[in-house]
Design a binder for this molecule. Structure first.
Ligand SMILES: NC(=O)c1ccc[n+]([C@@H]2O[C@H](COP(=O)([O-])OP(=O)(O)OC[C@H]3O[C@@H](n4cnc5c(N)ncnc54)[C@H](OP(=O)(O)O)[C@@H]3O)[C@@H](O)[C@H]2O)c1
Length: 265
């Protein structure tokens, strides 16, 4: 009997991570699922093992803490036959950089950047040795934006886009694929968390909200095409194209100038 392929997913207790777990389980992958909410992970594991006859390992960990990060990193390094790593755990913050307590910004750096970098580094040698593997870093269209309001969020996601693009080039010829998934607004628990309390989804048109199944399905389909930067949905693809083009840079410049004129500078 051939062993089932294995996937490790961070932030699997809800939203995009949970949906990756559901879709990969349905494709016959064994899973290692991690997040802080252990009960949620256990319920998901029981359901997926029962429904698909696969193995699911629950690995509770807080990626904003050194010991949590090391726990997942060590597991990624020791997981034999790890084929897919999804670095998905993340959260938003409300307010300007100067208002947000520095510990919150530090946690965002740790969860979005340091954990992704360390877990990826731990997983890659095994993947390279087997000549096969996939790393999906869940980024955001916010990674293409350069005007204030979400300073840390945009900057950490911009790192993920650059990290993924450069790493994909390094991995050419190894059999390892790298993807940065850049969703726009997606209906998950992201906008209900304590960190962005008070956010109102209805402030944005209903058509701007994407379904989580569609977002994850687009990511998995794009693996066949070896696409590195994956933006689900025509609207967000167009927005990302404009934001990444010289037009986007000129727009950002005008936004900055307009703001400084308002402030009388
Ligand atoms: N929803 C959107 O509109 C949207 C758009 C673009 C990109 N994204 C990105 O998509 C990813 C997933 O978010 P989502 O939309 O699915 O939101 P979500 O439903 O809130 O899920 C976030 C996941 O991250 C985990 N997480 C958060 N902080 C963590 C920590 N310190 N340690 C370990 N795990 C942690 C959460 O688990 P626990 O709370 O159990 O730890 C949860 O499983 C994030 O990286 C986000 O930036 C979301």
């Amino acid at each position: 009997m051939t062993a089932r392929p294995l996937a490790l997913i961070t932030g699997a207790s809800s939203g995009i991570g949970e949906t990756f777990a559901r879709k990969l389980a349905a494709q016959g992958y064994d899973l290692i699922i991690t997040a802080r909410r252990e009960e949620r992970l256990k319920e998901l594991a029981a359901e997926l093992m029962d429904r698909h006859g696969i193995e699911v390992e629950v690995l509770p960990a807080d990626l904003s803490r050194r010991e949590g990060m090391e726990k997942v990193e060590n597991r990624a390094a020791s997981a034999s036959g790890l084929e897919i790593l999804v670095n998905n755990a993340g959260f938003g913050l409300r307010g300007t950089f100067a208002e947000i307590p520095v510990e919150k910004s530090q946690s965002m750096l740790d969860v979005h950047i340091t954990a992704t970098m360390r877990i990826t580094r731990a997983a890659l040698p095994g993947m390279i040795e087997h000549g096969k593997g996939v790393v999906i870093n869940v980024s955001s269209v916010a990674g293409f934006m350069s005007y204030g309001g979400r300073t840390m969020y945009s900057a950490t996601k911009a790192f993920l886009n650059a990290f993924s693009t450069n790493l994909a080039n390094e991995m050419l010829g190894t059999g390892v694929k790298i993807q940065a998934l850049c969703p726009g607004f997606t209906v998950t628990e992201f906008h209900d968390t304590e960190e962005i309390k008070g956010f109102s989804r209805s402030r944005y048109p209903s058509w701007s909200w994407q379904n989580v199944d569609y977002v994850v399905g687009t990511s998995l389909k794009a693996l066949d095409r070896n696409k590195v930067i994956v933006v689900p949905g025509a609207f967000y693809q167009t927005a990302a194209y404009i934001l990444r083009s010289p037009v986007g840079r000129i727009r950002a410049l005008f936004t900055r100038r307009a703001k400084s004129m308002q402030e009388g500078k």
